[in-house]
Design a protein around this ligand. Structure first.
Ligand SMILES: Cc1ncc(C[n+]2csc(CCOP(=O)(O)OP(=O)(O)O)c2C)c(N)n1
Ligand code: SF4
Ligand SMILES: [Mg+2]
Length: 310
């Protein structure tokens, strides 16, 4: 089975296949929420029947970035805030790969925020997991874009004066076609949401609440949590942009007050960037990555294509 051929193929996979021989045991701190993401991702890939060599996991920098060291697949531990452009290029070159990008709240909503916005807008077909622990974990607990107003840290000892970003609302207005929030303390829901995100054709963004017991001393453990699909208090249609937006705003406001609302918030089925490009004929049916290994292929130089644009 190769990464070029297998996207439609399902088979029985043993979850242990995603545990690497080199670093089988993650070195995150005891009680870290990141363990929950790893477990849910292994479970979801197993459930959808993926082989490790059908998956590319691209991570940013942070404690969260270590995910690619502890998950056995093709992996790319990239640079801070830059997992998405690498993931996009990889998916375009080899659409048969199941591409997952992952990183922290600082990585994705701060330094990489611009890439987040445009990858969502262009609806690139991939899963994007943001480990949201509401601080910079790896660098020892500084204030991040999702730290609540008033949160005290070494960089904001008198409390942050800034309102946090609203990741779900931001994602909706940017253009993500699947948006969910789950929590490391809710492994069953996390796995189900990841399965949906993997099966979704388009940009699937998951805001994954991950507690950091080492540096985020205010940290909620994100319990108790409510699933908005299960609780009668909430009634909205995930395919209705306006209703979904209102629900997201509510969930983000309640998180600041310590109430954790999780679940699926939005979904649409518009074509992904790759589908659009193939439809217009601008992208070849044969994956670029396959051509690369084809010695007989005659490459066109971009200068030779200029006539198309004259
Ligand atoms: C360009 C660049 N700037 C700053 C850093 C230092 N740095 C490493 S990780 C990090 C923040 C990590 O926070 P987050 O993305 O929330 O991940 P977490 O560790 O919480 O999982 C920073 C600022 C870096 N590695 N590269
Ligand atoms: S510092 Fe926080 S985020 Fe990093 S491994 Fe430890 S508990 Fe997890
Ligand atoms: Mg963080």
């Amino acid at each position: 089975m190769s990464a070029f051929s297998a996207i439609e193929t399902k088979r029985d996979v043993d979850q242990n296949e995603f545990t690497p021989d080199i670093e089988p045991q993650a070195t995150w701190c005891p009680g870290c929420g990141d363990f929950g993401v790893l477990k849910a991702l292994k479970g979801a890939m197993t459930e959808v029947g993926k082989n490790p060599d059908e998956v590319l996991l691209v991570t940013g920098i942070g404690c969260s970035g270590k995910l690619s060291s502890y998950f056995d697949s093709y992996g790319y531990h990239s640079i801070h805030g830059r997992s998405l452009p690498i993931a996009r290029a990889s998916k375009l070159a080899n659409p048969n790969l199941e591409v997952v990008a992952a990183g922290g709240d600082g990585d994705g909503y701060g330094i990489g925020g611009n890439h987040f916005m445009h990858t969502a807008r262009e609806n690139h077909d991939m899963v994007y997991i943001v480990f949201n622990n509401e601080i910079f974990g790896l660098t020892k607990g500084q204030t991040s874009p999702t730290s609540p107003k008033g949160h005290k840290s070494k960089t904001q000892p008198h409390g942050s004066a800034k309102d946090p970003v609203r990741p779900l609302s931001m994602s909706l207005s940017a253009g993500s076609s699947y948006i969910a929030r789950t929590a490391a303390v809710n492994p069953n829901q996390a796995k189900e949401i990841l399965v949906e995100a993997i099966e979704h054709d388009g940009f699937a963004h998951i805001d994954f609440l991950t507690q950091c017991p080492t540096w985020n001393k205010d940290a909620k453990q994100y319990v108790p949590y409510t699933d908005v699909q299960e609780d009668e208090e909430f009634s909205f249609e995930v395919t209705d942009r306006q209703e979904a937006g209102e629900m997201m705003y509510e969930a983000e406001s309640r998180l600041s007050e310590g109430e954790v609302l999780t679940g699926r918030f939005y979904q649409d089925d518009r074509p992904s960037y790759g589908q659009e490009k193939r439809h217009t004929g601008e992208m070849p049916e044969q994956p670029l990555a396959e051509r690369y290994f084809d010695d007989s292929y005659e490459w066109e130089r971009s200068a030779d294509l200029m006539h198309r644009h004259r």
